[in-house]
Design a protein. Structure first.
Length: 97
């Protein structure tokens, strides 16, 4: 497995953005990069994901096709529909007693 330091991984996250892109650069899987982040205690960019998800939902509500959204935002089609379906789910309720 590639040896990537904590500092280097933080810098790579800022430039390459995704675990998949970092993994591709080093010839390792996205999951291996994810595990390194967990090991080092580095969080992913939750705020950026929220913004991206809101943009996906807004585009879909405007009638833009899922495949077009995926191309525009450089995510997979399945990711687009997963995000759209998350947006549609009602909030979870507590268990009834």
């Amino acid at each position: 497995m590639a040896r990537i330091s904590k500092v280097e991984l933080i810098k790579l996250q800022k430039t390459l953005k995704t675990d998949a892109a970092i993994g591709e650069k080093f010839g390792i899987s996205r999951q291996a990069v994810h595990q390194m982040r967990q090991k080092y205690g580095i969080d992913y960019n939750k705020g950026k994901n929220k913004e991206r998800n809101e943009k996906i939902a807004a585009l879909y509500k405007k009638g833009v096709a899922g495949t077009e959204i995926a191309d525009q935002l450089d995510v997979s089609i399945s990711q687009v529909y997963r995000i759209i379906n998350l947006d549609k789910k009602p909030a979870k309720k507590g268990k009834k007693k």
